[in-house]
Design a protein around this ligand. Structure first.
Ligand SMILES: Cc1ncc(COP(=O)(O)O)c(C=O)c1O
Length: 396
């Protein structure tokens, strides 16, 4: 049996995999088993932000591997503690961290923290637990995070969902205000919706959201699992908006491919958790934390400024394609989180590009999503644009 047949026989069929069988990956490139080289403009869905097998990250992991892999959270692992300090330092005053292993877990922790805080800060009618989420959001695949996800297609066979999540429209503050009641404890939002087609929130809307949360004594939670860790040209996406949340969640690129999630709570709520309230066997694994410390060292302001320059160049080139092809409806995004919204299904484009050596993906049927490593060069952009141009000509 070949690898595809084994997968078909032995795996639950939850993923629709592309034709690529990966042999190795380095920086912005991936090679298949036949040695064919691909330019990767997906970074494993916004995970390998500083490039595949980044030398400094691999070195840091090897150093930690030679010391120890796991001691549990019953003791202190210096790499984990150092990382907590670095993450908190970059967040907001009074920030405290909880480490987990994935995005869904980071959000699960944010939901639990908000509910604990809602118990300690009740309304006249008792504990507050309801979280206002958003239509078309995506927050993960656990029962709580999928219940917080505003896309019906994910809910079909899961009923009953978890109680306590209601849905407003992004960029519409009235729709949020209408949902606030005695049970409301928080608002949870992706500053840029990723899975539903790269849809950025308006700056004004997030500022209004902050004001509403302050006025009504609600927590503001930002899910930065896809858009965080430098993806938008700032370490935290919220820095682009001049709006500070009370809780921010990260995962994906935090350890550049090694599983790590983080929930960062600010001074209003971080002290709500006490001993025994939450936990994770693997959360904050020392090897993951060593990788993440190296990631944070790389993502300094010079690195980010460079990624913003490349992003600007990329948008200019994409705009030229937009003028050439009427099927491109809109190009949107922030930094190197880019969506090209098409008038047609984007899967043919994705497949064409893969055959020509460019890895991209399509989300929400019509949006070609581009999430390259933040280390790409103008030459890489030119190469991707050339292949995209051919792919667009092919489908028109
Ligand atoms: C915004 C957002 N939140 C949460 C998640 C879930 O992350 P994970 O798959 O690591 O559980 C994702 C994953 O795509 C995401 O994009």
């Amino acid at each position: 049996m070949n690898i595809k047949q084994v997968e078909d026989k032995c795996f639950m069929h939850t993923y629709k995999r592309g034709e690529l069988i990966v042999k190795k990956a380095k920086n912005q490139f991936v090679w298949d088993e036949k040695g064919v080289k691909y330019l990767d403009f997906m970074s494993g869905i916004s995970v390998c932000n500083v490039g595949h097998c980044n030398n400094a990250v691999i070195k840091a992991m090897k150093v930690q591997l030679d010391k120890f892999v796991h001691v549990s959270n019953l003791y202190y692992a210096p790499a984990q503690i150092r990382l907590g300090r670095e993450i908190a330092k970059r967040a907001f005053p009074g920030a405290k961290v909880f480490f987990s292993n994935s995005g869904a877990e980071a959000n699960e922790c944010a939901i639990k923290l908000a509910r604990k805080w809602g118990m300690q800060n009740p309304s006249k009618k008792g504990s507050r637990y309801e979280i206002i989420c958003f239509i078309n959001s995506f927050h993960g695949r656990t029962m709580a995070t999928i219940s917080a996800t505003g896309q019906k297609k994910f809910h079909e066979y899961l009923k009953p969902l978890q109680e306590g999540f209601v849905f407003a429209e992004i960029n519409n503050i009235n729709s949020v205000e209408k949902l606030i009641n005695d049970k409301t404890v928080a608002v949870m939002i992706e500053p840029i919706q990723g899975e539903s087609g790269v849809i950025p929130c308006d700056k004004m809307f997030l500022k209004e959201l902050r004001n509403v949360c302050d006025k009504k004594n609600l927590l503001l939670i930002f899910d930065e699992i896809q858009c965080g860790v430098g993806r938008t040209g700032k370490f935290y996406a919220f820095e682009n908006y001049d709006v500070e949340p009370d809780i921010v969640t990260m995962a994906k690129s935090l350890a550049n491919g090694f599983p790590l999630g983080a929930t960062v709570g600010g001074k209003r709520c971080a002290e709500s958790f006490i001993y025994g309230d939450h936990g994770s066997t693997f959360g904050g694994n020392p090897v993951a934390c060593a990788a993440s410390l190296a990631v944070l060292k790389i993502i300094n302001s010079k690195f980010l400024n460079n990624s913003v320059k490349i992003a600007k160049y990329f948008y200019e080139k994409l705009e030229i394609l937009k003028r050439k092809y009427k099927i491109i409806k809109e190009i949107r995004g922030l930094g190197l989180m880019i969506g090209v919204d098409l008038a047609v299904n984007g899967n043919n484009i994705v497949n064409y590009c893969l055959n020509r050596g460019l890895i991209i993906n399509c989300t929400n049927n019509t949006v070609v999503r581009l999430l390259p490593p933040l280390t790409i060069t103008k030459k890489d952009v030119d190469c991707a644009i050339k292949i995209l141009d051919e792919a667009l000509a092919h489908v028109v």
